[in-house]
Structure formats: structure tokens, C-alpha cells
Design a protein around this ligand. Structure first.
Ligand code: SMG
Ligand code: MG
Length: 389
């Protein structure tokens, strides 16, 4: 499907009448235990050290989340590197002068190479603040068009196949519209076969987080037998060329996650045929400006996109919901209920998945959820505030 025009109020989301001079930024690390460990091809985590960023101006406060993990496995960024980069470089650049637009902010961040997750965390806080100032929901501000979004769940590697099958059944019963299985060598064909045999018709995908190389091509081609919706990031985290070669020999669509770090990479991937779908994570691509541009590119070309997840707290989750309300996000996102990971979330109400496997896009100001400041305070391990000079 080809679309000639992009989203309806593309102009509205870029043209900003308010210049915002941020006068305070707060950086906060909040430890949230996971209900059960989450395991991928690169390891296991038992809790999330959530990095919350808030920005204040004119008596209002906007919230963002840095999605980096504690260890540099999914990406080279960590909570520690992002803290340093925001405190010493990005925060001062944001507060130096009033911010006129998202591209103004991007230009100020551009001299600092890389560190997309740090950039995004601050940009998200700015966007929430802007939406609150202009009296809009974040979804409306971004050009979102859907009141409900379809969601899927990502299931980690389990000690035994039976535990995986039980979780697949459980999340299907809760309404989730797509099941994604984390795979790695030794935990791939057999478990995919078992899940597919039990559920012949569900939307099923796999995510390898770069656990294979082109030498595994013949092995990966066997995944074509299972009518998968996609195979996500099978090869190296920064590769485009090998994925293009693999895609030429596979019937199943490849989807890139780690390799798409900005619009330029997305253009190249589509140009050379590295994938047929893209997982958009606002943190991985450095913020909304890039996420929207990748969305618009894919929408114009009829390439489906979907919103990825990084086991965010409710604040990052609320940003993902707003992003996923854009028209090009046609596939279910990795946006689960707060209760999928956490006994208690940092927002009120928590994110819920309806029995039809959708999440409501809130219409309230900004994120559209209240931030539970008392709970955040209780769970904080480190807090640092920066004031405008
Ligand atoms: O937020 O539900 C979620 C997690 C979705 O599987 C998920 N994310 O590569 O797509 C991915 C992984 C990255 C996180 S691994 C710690
Ligand atoms: Mg992934």
C-alpha cells in the first residue's frame, strides 16, 4: 500500500508557538523489581533501574524516561553513561536558551555524538511539557489518530519449554494480539514449532537480539516453516548488508530493531532491502523527531512499523502509547499492561490491556496519566536536580 501524503497534522506537530525556557531538570533513578526475571539472548535481568527525567518551566513539569539498561548489552548506553551525558552536556544545552521547536532541540544536541537514549529521555520530558503547555494530549500533539492501539507481548527465554507454553496461553487469554518469542541458538526451532503447533493461527514473531550471523543462514531459513509475522534483528546489532542478503533468501519478513538508530539508517535499510518492517523505539532513535521521520518514511512507502518496548515504567510506556497512536503503527506493539512486569507502576491509573488486546490512548493533558510522586520517592536510588544558570 502506498500513501502519498503523510499524517494529517504533520505541520501542527512541528510548528510550535511556544518557546519554552526550561529552568529546572531533575534526574532520578528508580528501582522497580520485575515480577519475574526477563531473559534474552544477551542475558537476564531481575529488576529495572528506571531513569526518569523531568523538565520544569512556567510552573509546569514534563516527564521523560531514558530507556538504557544498567549494562551495555542491548546498546552501548547505560543508565550511568546517560546520567553523565545529560548532566554534563545535554541538560546545560537544553537550558541555555528557550527551545523553539523539536528541531531546535535536535540541533543543540547534534554536536554531541551518539547517546540517543540520553537525548530521547530529555526530549520526551520536553514534549510532555510542551503538550501540557499547549493544552493537548501527547498523542494529539504528535499527530496520533487512533483512540485504541493493538498490543502484543514479548516473552523471554524460559528454563523449560513448558514454562513458555504456559505463558503463551496466559497472555493469549488476556487478549494480547501478538506473541513474540525471544530466541537464541539452542532456543529457537523447537520452541517455535511447539508454540505454532499449539496455536496454528496466532500472530507469532521471534526476536534474536543479534544472536546469529550469516553463517547461520540455512538454520534461520528453517523458520520459514512456521508462518511467522517477522524475524526481528537476527544478525549483528549495527548491520544492514548481511540482513539484506538474508532477507533475499527468506520468505518471512525481517524486522530491524537495533540496527535502526536514525532516519538515515532506516532509509538505507529500505533502499537495500535489509528488512520489510521496522520496530520504532523512541529511545533507540534519539527522540520523537527521528521516530516521527522514520514513521513518515515508512508510511509513505507502505512499510509497516510498530512500537517496540524496553520494559519501561509507566512514564516511558505512556510515551510509547502516544507514539503508537500514529497511523503507520499498523502492527501490535510491545506495549503490555503495567502488571505484565511490575507489581506497582509509577503512574495512576496503570496501563491496562482490554480483553480485545488493545490499550486506550488517553486524551488528558500530556502523558495523560498522573505520576505517583510518593511511590517514585520511595523507590529512588539517586536524585540530582540541575537549575538554569
Ligand atoms: O517492553 O515489553 C517490553 C520488552 C519488549 O522484548 C522487548 N524488548 O529487543 O525488542 C527488544 C527487547 C529489548 C529489551 S531487552 C532487555
Ligand atoms: Mg528487539
Amino acid at each position: 500500500m502506498q500513501h502519498t501524503s503523510t499524517t494529517p497534522d504533520q505541520a501542527a506537530r512541528v510548528v510550535i508557538k511556544h518557546k519554552i525556557h526550561v529552568d529546572r531538570i531533575e534526574l532520578r533513578l528508580v528501582r522497580l523489581p520485575l515480577k519475574e526475571p526477563f531473559e534474552t539472548s544477551f542475558g537476564q535481568i531481575a529488576s529495572r533501574l528506571i531513569f526518569l527525567v523531568s523538565a520544569e518551566a512556567e510552573g509546569l513539569r514534563g516527564w521523560g524516561e531514558v530507556v538504557a539498561a544498567e549494562e551495555p548489552r542491548y546498546s552501548y548506553e547505560t543508565v550511568g553513561t546517560a546520567f553523565h551525558v545529560i548532566r554534563d552536556f545535554l541538560g546545560p544545552a537544553l537550558m541555555a536558551q528557550p527551545v523553539a521547536s523539536l528541531s531546535d532541540l535536535a540541533q543543540r544536541f547534534a554536536p554531541f555524538r551518539g547517546h540517543n537514549m540520553a537525548k530521547a529521555g530529555l526530549e520526551l520530558a520536553y514534549m510532555d511539557l510542551l503538550a501540557r503547555m499547549t493544552g493537548q494530549s501527547l498523542s494529539a500533539r504528535l499527530g496520533g489518530t487512533r483512540p485504541h492501539i493493538p498490543v502484543g507481548v514479548s516473552l523471554g527465554i524460559q528454563p523449560q519449554p513448558a514454562q513458555l507454553l504456559e505463558r503463551v496461553d496466559r497472555y493469549l487469554a488476556l487478549g494480547y494480539r501478538r506473541i513474540k518469542l525471544k530466541i537464541k541458538p539452542g532456543w529457537d526451532l523447537d520452541i517455535v514449532a511447539a508454540v505454532r503447533q499449539r496455536h496454528p493461527d496466532i500472530l507469532l514473531s521471534v526476536d534474536a537480539n543479534s544472536a546469529y550471523t550469516l553463517d547461520d543462514k540455512e538454520h534461520l531459513k528453517r523458520l520459514d516453516d512456521f508462518n511467522l509475522l517477522m524475524i526481528e534483528q537476527p544478525l549483528e546489532h549495527d548491520d544492514l548488508l548481511d540482513h539484506a542478503q538474508l532477507q533475499r533468501e527468506l520468505a518471512t519478513p525481517l524486522c530491524l530493531d537495533e540496527s535502526i538508530t536514525n532516519l538515515r539508517q532506516a532509509k538505507k535499510a529500505l533502499e537495500i532491502g535489509s528488512c520489510r518492517m521496522i520496530n520504532i523505539k523512541v529511545g533507540r532513535v534519539g527522540g520523537y523527531l527521528q521516530a516521527l521521520a522514520i514513521h513518515d518514511l515508512c508510511y509513505a512507502k507502505g512499510i509497516p512499523v510498530w512500537c517496540g518496548g524496553m520494559l519501561e515504567s509507566g512514564i516511558g510506556r505512556a510515551h510509547n502509547i502516544a507514539l503508537a497512536s500514529l497511523p503507520g503503527f499498523t502492527l501490535p506493539g510491545d506495549i503490555s499492561a503495567s502488571s505484565r512486569y511490575f507489581a506497582r507502576d509509577v503512574i495512576v491509573p496503570e496501563v491496562d490491556v482490554a480483553p480485545d488486546g488493545t490499550v486506550n490512548v488517553p486524551g488528558g493533558l500530556g502523558l495523560g496519566f498522573a505520576v505517583d510522586r510518593d511511590y517514585i520517592e520511595q523507590c529512588s536510588e539517586r536524585v540530582e536536580a540541575m537549575n538554569r544558570k
